[in-house]
Design a binder for this molecule. Structure first.
Ligand SMILES: [Zn+2]
Ligand SMILES: [Zn+2]
Length: 76
């Protein structure tokens, strides 16, 4: 009946770039980075930074830099 939430509800639940693929955080105030390996979107809290790039996880950073081998990236 009420239309005050219509804008929110019309959006698909899973639109790329709209929400963090790891924690589900979303909103225009959330900065999302795209993982260059698996193309997931991750928020600032979930992202894994390495080599000046943002990944969704250490695993993807490894794949990107080392082709899947367990390289020299250390867990912090
Ligand atoms: Zn997140
Ligand atoms: Zn990834």
């Amino acid at each position: 009946m009420a239309k005050w939430e219509a804008e929110d509800e019309e959006k698909p639940a899973k639109e790329p770039g709209e929400a963090c693929d790891l924690c589900g955080r979303k909103g225009f105030w959330v900065h999302l980075s795209k993982c260059p390996m698996c193309h997931k979107f991750v928020c600032d809290e979930c992202r894994y930074q390495h080599g000046g790039k943002d990944f969704c996880s250490r695993h993807c950073a490894n794949e990107f830099f080392w082709g899947g081998e367990d390289g020299e990236i250390d867990d912090l």
